[in-house]
Design a protein around this ligand. Structure first.
Ligand SMILES: *Cc1c(COP(=O)(O)O)cnc(C)c1O
Length: 359
């Protein structure tokens, strides 16, 4: 067994999650979102498993080119489109599709002389106010792009939710209504739902769903857990105990001496730290799993090590320590460190070993 920090990625869980997603949105095509190294799970390894996806979504062109270089031939959508017109020739050459969300992109696309037309996903800002055409600009831009020899017809029409992770948030229905009103009877397949839309807002499913987090087996809902949606986490993040030592009541532990042993106890020193992507701001009491039992971390997380109060438990040097995984939801750890699971998954660093398994 590996003694180093290990991200074990279960591809059977991925296939299970795709199946659950298909059951939730049976008539939809799936644009599987693989940005940020497939949310830290490994871009090519995940893409290679996703035979049932109809297309892949990435944030930036270099992610798309890595997929192409890795032999992926499925459609790939650049979710933020091109950042500069000089990317367009590469987009055509690599057969990429683009989201168009800004007037400057529209103008560049109309002006370009492309060797062949490309697929465009025209994005409307229905209330998130990050990317997207203003609703009042939609009709004119849709018409112009409809007549452009650079654009395959019909375009696809999309928007993105700001608050779909909150089950009763009124913004989501307002966004849906504004999007529908904006596109009117414009021709084209529609795409609205991220994972939270897939799980929590069936009326948003449209023609194409765009799940990211749910693929990886993590709940996209605020305070949610994977098991509520029958999802299975793909990742088990673990390391091992490199020392077990006693500490006396009143002795301080770790940088800043922030934790003082309230009783005589024993500590397990675990080879995991913020240099691996375990969050430094994990508070005292954040659980880890050793031999199936939860123990609290104490003191500060350092770059390479974390200390765990194991009392008189029978734990030895070399024991495996799970930081998150099927029995210790990453959603729970994210709540304790006041972030979201997305960030914890993306933050795993390159010195962590990856191992791919299936059931
Ligand atoms: C990242 C992203 C998604 C996927 O979001 P999840 O919450 O991970 O499902 C969907 N659509 C767009 C435009 C995105 O940028």
């Amino acid at each position: 067994m590996s003694r180093r920090p290990l991200a074990q990625i279960n591809t059977s869980a991925l296939l299970h999650n795709v199946q659950i997603i298909r059951e939730l949105a049976p008539n939809c095509k799936i644009l599987a979102v693989l940005k940020a190294n497939a949310y830290g799970h490994g871009l090519l390894a995940v893409a290679a498993q996703l035979k049932d996806a109809h297309a892949f979504g990435v944030a930036r062109i270099d992610e798309a080119l890595m997929l192409r270089a890795g032999g992926i031939v499925k459609p790939i959508v650049l979710l933020e489109g091109f950042f500069h017109a000089d990317e367009l020739s590469q987009i055509v050459a690599s057969n990429l599709q683009v989201v168009v969300h800004h007037v400057a992109q529209v103008e560049a696309l109309l002006k370009a002389e492309l060797e062949s037309p490309i697929h465009v996903w025209l994005k409307v800002d229905s209330g998130m106010h990050r990317l997207g055409l203003a609703p009042e600009d939609f009709a004119e831009i849709y018409k112009k792009l409809s007549e452009s020899p650079n654009v395959l017809q019909p375009m696809r029409l999309m928007t993105h939710f700001a608050c779909a992770d909150e089950p009763d948030h009124p913004a989501t229905l307002q966004q849906l209504a504004l999007f529908k009103q904006t596109i009117g009877d414009a021709r084209g397949e529609i795409s609205i739902a991220n994972s939270a839309g897939v799980v929590g807002w069936p009326q948003s499913h449209g023609d194409w769903i765009r799940p990211g987090l749910a693929l990886y087996g993590v709940s996209p809902m605020t305070a949610g857990r994977a098991t509520q949606h029958r999802l299975r986490p793909m990742m088990t993040f673990s390391s091992s105990v490199i020392a077990v030592r006693p500490v006396k009541k009143g002795e301080a532990v770790g940088y800043g001496a922030t934790w003082i042993a309230p009783r005589d106890t024993r500590l397990a020193i675990v080879a995991i730290g913020y240099g691996d992507g375990y969050p430094r701001n994990a508070p005292c009491g954040t659980p880890v799993l050793i031999n199936g039992t939860r123990y609290p971390i104490v003191g500060r997380v350092s770059m390479d090590m974390t200390t765990v109060d194991i009392g008189d438990a029978d734990i030895e040097h070399g024991a495996q320590v799970v930081l998150w995984g099927e029995q210790l939801p990453v959603e729970e750890i994210a709540e304790l460190v006041q972030t979201i699971p997305y960030e914890l998954l993306c933050n795993i660093t390159s010195r962590v070993q990856f191992r791919y398994i299936s059931d």
